[in-house]
Design a protein around this ligand. Structure first.
Ligand SMILES: [Zn+2]
Length: 246
């Protein structure tokens, strides 16, 4: 996977499915090129065609009607990558101040790439099933009156126990696609491991907790190892492999 001069991904042999759904929800960057990436999850039920439909819906913007949100890329559970904006502009994925690559920005959207991952996020076990947001038929009711909504029930095996509670698992194909994507971005923009690891939660906690502990603690470190080279342990135990890949 490569990035062309206009900031769009271009697929190569063996790459994941890649489609463009250009959005109007963009603005200028405050740097000549993006300085890092912020990972997000979509939350909600998802499912076949969910990600593509989400990318389509985000192409236009009706003030006062649509949620003012956008992102550059969305990686579906099946590994497909949907690009909504070129990396030469900013998108509306965080909207908070913060420090990126050692520089402070009033709005980090002006200096970062936003990547959404299709994932149901935090889950709740209610009875013998697990549910994703908004969990209930009547979420506004007092707790003792709430009834789980079967529409938001997920397969039990997707629920992963973490030190922060139950969360939806990411798929292997999604992890592989995120790796291909990050490799293209990091090589094009000269990113380090550090600027490739921001999460929405780092800039808007406790309001936002995405991309969640599974991505932060387990999946992303593996992706970073593949893109930037493995940790000291791996190279020490297998010196023959040192210097390869990357
Ligand atoms: Zn987010």
């Amino acid at each position: 996977m490569k990035i062309d001069d206009k900031g769009w991904l271009v697929s190569e042999d063996g790459d994941p499915v890649l489609k463009q759904y250009p959005t109007v929800r963009t603005y200028e960057l405050a740097a000549p090129a993006p300085l890092g990436i912020v990972w997000h999850y979509t939350a909600g039920r998802g499912g076949p065609s969910f990600a593509e439909a989400l990318a389509r819906r985000a192409q236009t913007f009706r003030r006062g009607v649509d949620r003012p949100a956008s992102w550059h890329v969305l990686v579906a559970k099946d590994g497909a990558i949907y690009q909504s904006a070129p990396f030469t502009v900013g998108t509306w994925h965080v909207g908070r101040p913060g420090v990126i690559a050692g520089r402070r920005f009033d709005n980090i959207n002006h200096a970062t790439v936003g990547c959404e991952l299709e994932n149901a996020g935090r889950l709740r076990k209610l009875g013998d099933r697990v549910y994703c947001w908004p969990y209930y038929v009547n979420p506004e009711a007092p707790e003792y009156e709430r009834r789980p909504d079967p529409h938001y029930a997920l397969e039990l095996e997707r629920a992963v126990v973490t030190n922060e509670g139950l969360f939806d698992a990411f798929t292997a194909t999604q992890e592989a696609s995120a790796t291909v994507l990050l490799r293209a971005l990091a090589s094009r923009f000269g990113w380090t491991r550090e600027v490739s690891a921001y999460g929405h939660v780092d800039f808007d906690s406790p309001r936002k907790e995405d991309p969640g502990p599974i991505w932060k603690q387990t999946v992303l470190p593996r992706v970073l190892d593949k893109v930037f080279g493995g940790g000291a342990v791996a190279s020490a135990s297998n010196p023959g492999a040192a210097g390869q890949g990357g």
